[in-house]
Design a protein around this ligand. Sequence first.
Ligand code: SDX
Length: 429
Amino acid sequence: MSEKAQIILDGKTYEFPVYEGSEGEKAIDISKLRDQSGYVTLDFGYKNTGATTSAITFLDGEQGILHYRGYPIEQLAEKASFLEVSYLLLYGELPKAKELNDFENQIRYHSLVHEDMKHFFEFFPSNAHPMGILSAMVNSLSTFYPKSQDPHRSANDRMRTAVRLIAKFPTLAAISYKNGLGHPYMYPDNKLGYVENFLYMMYGLPTEPYKVDPVVADALNKLLILHADHEQNCSASTVRMVGSSQANLYSAVSAGIAALWGPLHGGANQEVIEMLETIRNDGGDIQKWVNKAKDKEDPFRLFGFGHRVYKNFDPRARIIKKSCDDVLKKMGVNDPVLDIAKQLEEIALKDDYFIERKLYPNVDFYSGIIYRAIGIPTRMFTVMFALGRLPGWIAQWKEMVENKEPIGRPRQIYTGATKRDYVALKDRG
Ligand code: SDX
């Protein structure tokens, strides 16, 4: 760090080092600001604030660039498997053949969940949202593996916990789906690949053989890769924040699932499909809904549009939009909401309101259409986002733990009542 930043406060000049990352991003290191000046910074939603340094994911919102450990998302989505990308995010390098084979075998070995966990599912209401179930079940994994409760126990323990979570997550997700249908749970079939096994547990029935459609498996593999990490998004920052208190990985990821569920974050993929269906059922007057989205008096937002970082285009949305046509054609599916989505995108991208605010389709805009085409029910869309994001959350947690980062504890500016004395109840009138 050679450059300096100067801040002049109350007539005094303070100097702070400038930090430059490997891709040329720059930050003012204000870690000594309060000690030197008594001031803190204020930045609602951390729109201009870096919480950490990270070597996992690089994204450039202006250029629409997204790299996992330096590899462009376009290449990984086209050529890699989801477990290969999971290994890359966790270890920092693409696995050699033996490393990938060992990793896949470990995942297969841990794919079962403790039989006692099945009783937990029976007590959820049949209409329970699978994200609520999943957050609870992932947290409860920590009670079955007490050694996981000390993240600093050893690197081996940390990786075993990570592998257990990646292995059991699809099993838990599929059970939460079956639970809602009242269908019998399917045990993992470890002869199948990771994605194929999930589809088997989701759609298989003990009464008849289930054959995974390679088109569906390929589409899902691509979608999971595209969701695998996205630097310091809301849910990843939640995982880091919870993990920074030295809470265990299962609890930190359970909190990440809860954060992802929000409609402004991962919950948007379910909202998009429900929005497109509302527009279709309302007669398909797209301009009417675009106008509603622009009307400050109207709470309606165009779900799947806009992004905190991408102010040009979300590269994931481009890839998903392209594979939308491809998957629907291969599946022989004609989904009217896809046409509405394309018309909506076309109208919005020509509208000054969206152009001025640099609002483009994000990862959630088209993903739901593919999920729907491959048979994933709408209420499972955000679960699919969580399944994809899991290795990214774990990689972020692992990096934070291994870098021995301090517990997260932001400051504030108090705006409430100044000091006043207690008034006895009888004197309050
Ligand atoms: C994800 O961070 C990540 O990386 C997230 C994610 C990941 O991989 O982890 O990429 C995944 O969460 C994608 C985003 C999914 N959410 C949605 O699609 C919900 C709809 N989008 C918005 O709510 C919004 O765009 C956010 C939440 C995504 C971003 O919000 P910001 O950065 O806080 O921006 P903002 O709300 O301050 O909006 C700026 C302006 C405002 O108008 P003005 O006050 O300037 O007049 O743009 C408007 C907003 O009202 N605006 C929208 C809009 N999004 C922003 N207006 C209508 N429809 C929208 N979708």
